[in-house]
Ligand binder design. Structure first.
Ligand code: HEC
Length: 163
């Protein structure tokens, strides 16, 4: 897909995504689309199921996250939200999960770098959340993300960043 096609596909499905995620009861699922999206276009993320994704950051975290590699650790209270969708062979756009990272107080969970990872399906089912229900189902998030030097953030490829 071209960048414009990816944007069009997202425009078609973004409200459906937010509506489905919000059924989880997550306070972030209901509001993340009002946050800053640092992705200039939806891009394919191989590490999140080869789906098209965006990268939103809430008010507490957006200025920091927008500095990418130059950013120090995310402030406590930062929430990063990555929604997702797939485009099928027949051109149909289908919803994918919501990936959340929430920077908690020091001491929350050393194994996750004090981030709370949450995975929410398009129908609102929560697969797991660090320190809560289904916590073991999201251990794989921290297993890949955990890195003291970058405060566990990978950032998106430069070509997809909002300039
Ligand atoms: C195999 C490695 C891997 C796994 C597993 C993984 N991620 Fe990621 N994640 C990445 C990479 C690489 C990026 C940056 C590139 C991108 O956006 O795809 C990223 C980016 C993110 C971001 C944006 C913040 C950042 O790091 O820049 C969020 C939010 C996120 N992932 C959440 C999750 C959640 C929640 C899970 C588990 C359900 C998860 N990830 C599992 C590798 C992984």
């Amino acid at each position: 897909m071209t960048a414009d096609e990816a944007r069009d596909a997202y425009a078609c499905i973004s409200a459906t995504l937010a509506e489905g995620y919000a059924k989880s009861g997550s306070q972030w699922a209901a509001v993340y689309r009002n946050w800053r999206n640092v992705a200039a276009q939806p891009y394919v993320s191989d590490t999140h199921g080869a789906r098209y994704v965006n990268n939103y950051a809430n008010d507490i975290g957006a200025d920091n996250y927008s500095l990418f590699e130059e950013a120090g650790p995310s402030p406590v209270g930062t929430v990063l939200a990555k929604d997702s969708f797939v485009v099928k062979g027949n051109g149909k756009v289908a919803a994918g999960p919501l990936f959340l990272m929430e920077k908690m107080e020091a001491g929350f969970d050393a194994d996750s770098g004090d981030w709370r990872y949450t995975l929410i399906m398009p129908n609102g089912r929560t697969i797991g959340t660090t320190g809560g229900k289904g916590a073991k189902n999201v251990v794989f998030c921290a297993d890949c993300h955990l890195d003291e030097d970058t405060d566990s953030r990978f950032f998106l490829d430069e070509e997809y960043r909002v300039q």
